[in-house]
Design a protein around this ligand. Sequence first.
Ligand code: ZN
Length: 238
Amino acid sequence: MAEALNDSGALILFSGGQDSGTALAWALSRFARVETVGFDYGQRHSVEMQVRQGLLTRMRAFDPAWDARLGPDHVLDLKGLSAIGETAMTADIEIETTAAGLPNTFVPGRNLAFFVMGGALAYRRGLKVLVGGMCETDYSGYPDCRRDTIQAQEQALRLGMEWDGRIETPLMDITKAESWALVERIGGKPLVDLINEHTHTCYRGERGARHAWGYGCGTCPACELRARGWAGYVAGEA
Ligand code: ZN
């Protein structure tokens, strides 16, 4: 907390999941002004959209300094994404791996669209840093979470808007276990508990059962990844 704050404003791509919740905490610990943006792209479960409001409230309450730094939350309509094609994220079909080797939870162009819309919003709001929770270390095969994709996107935004900004992805090179350790370094065990309790990861939108690693069905790829990361963190692997 004694470190000088970066006075470039930051806009966090914030879905209410573990990764974007961690990215938000990371940003609140280093930027003087932080805003959040979420996207309504016709997700089949609106749990995510409800969870993100609760998480924002808890983050404000966690630290008065964070409350002062955290500006408005924006929600942008991207329902056109679900009109383009059916995936397991937006339609009621089984989660499986496609012939292309990608999970059918992959929404083509989704992260690309998030960054274009987020970049436009950042430009309008005078924010110089876009922050996303993308991670390529143990990613589920999404090509739009790769560092190369993000770097190309940053270049496109800088050129296409003459925007003097950049994209930060603090989780890009770390495992899910290390991601929990990062949260602990930022805000101690109370922040770990907050992120665990109030973020949502499950692809099926289930929030009934509370596991050690948070809520979820426990069997979808997102729950499995989250459970494995938590187990690694608890075992001290991070
Ligand atoms: Zn699940």
